[in-house]
Design a protein around this ligand. Sequence first.
Ligand code: ATR
Length: 283
Amino acid sequence: MADESIRSGVIGHPITHSRSPLIHGNWIAEYGIDGAYNAYDVSPADLSGFLRRVRGGELAGCNVTIPHKEAMLEHIDELTDTAEAIGAVNTIWREADRLLGDNTDAYGFLANLDHAAPGWDENPRCAVVLGAGGAALAVLHGLLSRGFADIRIANRTAARAERLAARFGGSCHAMDWAREEALYSDADFVVNTTSLTMGNETDQQVWSGLDHVAEGATVTDIVYSPLQTSLLKAAQRRDLPTVDGLGMLLHQAVPSFERWFGTRPEVTPGLRRRVEEDLAAGH
Ligand code: ATR
């Protein structure tokens, strides 16, 4: 008898820290789907071989994480407009023997804010984006789609911020990371996309730039480990509304899951709790 089970997963190198199997596995069980979602450690040298397996029908598709998100562009037959604009792919699926690619990170970034801080973009004036690496691409795409009039990109290495500003154009421009007053002045929204707040960060970061933001500015970090980063704590000390990064991880998984398994899953408090417990256990 043919195996009708739908297979998907996440590919990366390394892949051991991915929470995607937990998230998708939770939904597979919750919705009673005959399917599986696994983690695949795929090195850059093995990428083409793995994609042949997807083309051949062994998997319905997969998520893509570091270091393949940008490299995937050259393996895909058709990109969504979003993946094309961001310049990176995090979700692939198969139609006949063709591979299609999308990027759901901008969706996840925006959906997290829409759920956790409704109205955050009601008056989309000035946003500060810290960082100019891969994670900044989706964030910039998302902020542009919400019509922010003045998007300031600041990065430790200024040239990378300048390259991103030139690439996205519109209301994006690069600013000096070190000139805090000018950078944060009257900002309505601040997002950290750097790895500066990740992992064992001690709370040595002062984030004094937050003294200059507009009253009630929303502050978010796409880092979710730790959940309460030094940036979020500094914002809370100033009574600014904050949104942690875990919701972005959960929400970006929604359109991918729907693509392979045909059910649009819900991000529930129970799911969030399970992932929080897993993070706390340090898996
Ligand atoms: P990702 O794909 O996760 O964005 P990345 O491309 O390696 O990863 O980018 C990491 C980001 O964190 C960059 O903006 C990096 O700044 P540089 O371009 O100057 O390297 C930023 N970053 C990492 N460590 C930092 C630190 N200690 N201080 C400031 N920025 C830091």
